[in-house]
Design a protein around this ligand. Sequence first.
Ligand SMILES: NC(=O)c1ccc[n+]([C@@H]2O[C@H](COP(=O)([O-])OP(=O)(O)OC[C@H]3O[C@@H](n4cnc5c(N)ncnc54)[C@H](OP(=O)(O)O)[C@@H]3O)[C@@H](O)[C@H]2O)c1
Length: 307
Amino acid sequence: MTKTVVAQKYGNPDVLKLIDVEVPPPARGEVRVDVKAIGVNPFDYKLYSGAWGTDPSKLPIHLGGEAAGVVSAIGPDVTTVAVGDEVIVSPGSGLYSEQVVVPSSSVTPKPSSISWEQAAGLLLVGGTAVDALDTIRVSEGDTVLIHGASGGVGSLAVQLAVARGATVIGTAGASNQEYVRSLGATPVLYGDGLEARVRELGSVDAAFDTAGTDEAVDVSLALVADKRRIVTIVAFGRAESDGFNAVGGGNPQSAEARLKARGELVELAGAGRLTVKIAKTFPLADAAQAHAELQSSHPAGKFILIP
Ligand SMILES: NC(=O)c1ccc[n+]([C@@H]2O[C@H](COP(=O)([O-])OP(=O)(O)OC[C@H]3O[C@@H](n4cnc5c(N)ncnc54)[C@H](OP(=O)(O)O)[C@@H]3O)[C@@H](O)[C@H]2O)c1
């Protein structure tokens, strides 16, 4: 048996419960991982908040898209990992657990130089950032505006864009301006007057919206001449109506791009050239508290659950 967090109905984080479930032995091509740390993402609470519907047939909903841990058993025909290997699990689902059984294709070796927490918080946000930056072709000499530069996705996008030789302008709240500067971007406050504040800093070639607000979209459309160089990961409706890019949301091309990005992300993080800031850790049993805090104003960095 293992402890796992599920949403037993739709609603606010109070609907989360820690329950015991059987862990099946790993089948052909699968591995069992003893989980050391789990990344918390807004996606996790959107699954049961009603943001994407309230289909009763999907209940109970198992949560968790990324984790890190130690391989404790392997199924037949697994040749790429061995018992005792330290790994990152991503992509995944239902990873808010002490123990998980996953396809061996979803595990990547964990660099020994990063912590369990950083490993668990690296690939979902990092893969999203790489996918988005590739979509708007960010490269050396570009100036790119990143909305939500202090966030999980945004903070990795800033570091990756800077590493590509781009100049980055990053929006954030007042308390995170210095953090965004420390990542290598010029920080600006989001909110009224954003367009004018960015214009003062010069022209912008491309924009990446991780905030999903009309302000972020409207400012991007006003400042970037070529709509093919604007991408959002949240404002899917606006992307469709205004004719710019959106990535993720079940798009198979995005899934493929993120799988491919895992090697680069692990290498950069392992070499200390990409840093995942950890905001706070919570025991697995406090997942509801973590979700409540993630939905309100919270410190920059990833929230991590520890089984
Ligand atoms: N499409 C995909 O594949 C995909 C993948 C991953 C995530 N997402 C989505 O992307 C979003 C961001 O995820 P995350 O993990 O980066 O979240 P996060 O860590 O909570 O970061 C949220 C960011 O938004 C900023 N923000 C808050 N209010 C804002 C406003 N009014 N205007 C502009 N920025 C504002 C925050 O800035 P301050 O904290 O400085 O105020 C912070 O930088 C979520 O909605 C998530 O579901 C989509």
